[in-house]
Design a protein around this ligand. Sequence first.
Ligand SMILES: NC(=O)c1ccc[n+]([C@@H]2O[C@H](COP(=O)([O-])OP(=O)(O)OC[C@H]3O[C@@H](n4cnc5c(N)ncnc54)[C@H](OP(=O)(O)O)[C@@H]3O)[C@@H](O)[C@H]2O)c1
Length: 293
Amino acid sequence: MEKKVLGRTGLEVTQLSFGAMELRFGPDGERKVADEAAERLLNAVLDAGINFIDTAPDYGLSEERIGRFISSRRGEYHLATKCGCDPADKGGKGGHVWSRDQLLKNIAGSLQRLRTDHVDILQLHNPRGDDVPMDELVDTLKEIQAQGLTRFISISHTLPWLNDLIPMGVFDTYQIPYSCLEPQHHDVISRAAEAGAGVIIRGGIGRGGPEAAVTRRVKTELWQKAKLDELCREMPPPELILRYTLKHPGCHTTIVGTCNVEHLKANVAAAEKGPLPDDLYNEVTRRVAKAME
Ligand SMILES: NC(=O)c1ccc[n+]([C@@H]2O[C@H](COP(=O)([O-])OP(=O)(O)OC[C@H]3O[C@@H](n4cnc5c(N)ncnc54)[C@H](OP(=O)(O)O)[C@@H]3O)[C@@H](O)[C@H]2O)c1
């Protein structure tokens, strides 16, 4: 599988990587994933050669499962988690708390659950609001980095915040949503990469597009309005979406999520075919732009 350098981190990451959010639910959850299935899937991710995994303290069982089932293979994957997460916030619904104490609590808990002494990337998890003490959070990330608990400091965010975050120049990577069904961040991804940062794309398979197990109304509507079915030829829709995402020169890696081994295999096969050919990519871009007018 093709690898790219994740910006100034220098890490060589597979362009298709794994978003472990889908492993958050146990056998009683909304989207049931038994431990045995989670163990099989995580090992299949590594067996496929994928070498980058993204998770977060607020993805239910995700961190704990990574620790239990693949920490013995820790040398085979770069690991990213997040901070600022407080699953107990908002009356147990989960939210974020932006303080030094919360970040220190998060990384200690993550390392314990992930059964490792360090993560490679620690990301602020979408800090929003006027009261976010950004300078204090960056200082705390640097403190955690100085202790060797993370190699790089980062942020997951969206527009318009990215416009101010990129010029700060302090983050080694940015996690940004993008696909042909969510193209709004196309230019800011280029700017982040040109500034030397690593770019981690999320949402790169458009949540499965029209084949989504968890449907997102707007994305499915855009697929239909742009008549992208007509462009699929022999290609399943998730392959078209993923290979479109991989075409972005600023996409160093895309953390596609799945709890289905067959989907994982299909995604690996799609990524190995590489980005879409120019003519197809240009036509998808044209149709989506017109559908969004
Ligand atoms: N704010 C943040 O920082 C933030 C927010 C959201 C997500 N994330 C991270 O980004 C990762 C990915 O994000 P995402 O889940 O929003 O987007 P995504 O990777 O585009 O979509 C994942 C969804 O696509 C489906 N899927 C994957 N491959 C498929 C295939 N071949 N055919 C049909 N369906 C397929 C999966 O369902 P199946 O399980 O049925 O395959 C899953 O529901 C997450 O795991 C998480 O690590 C970060």
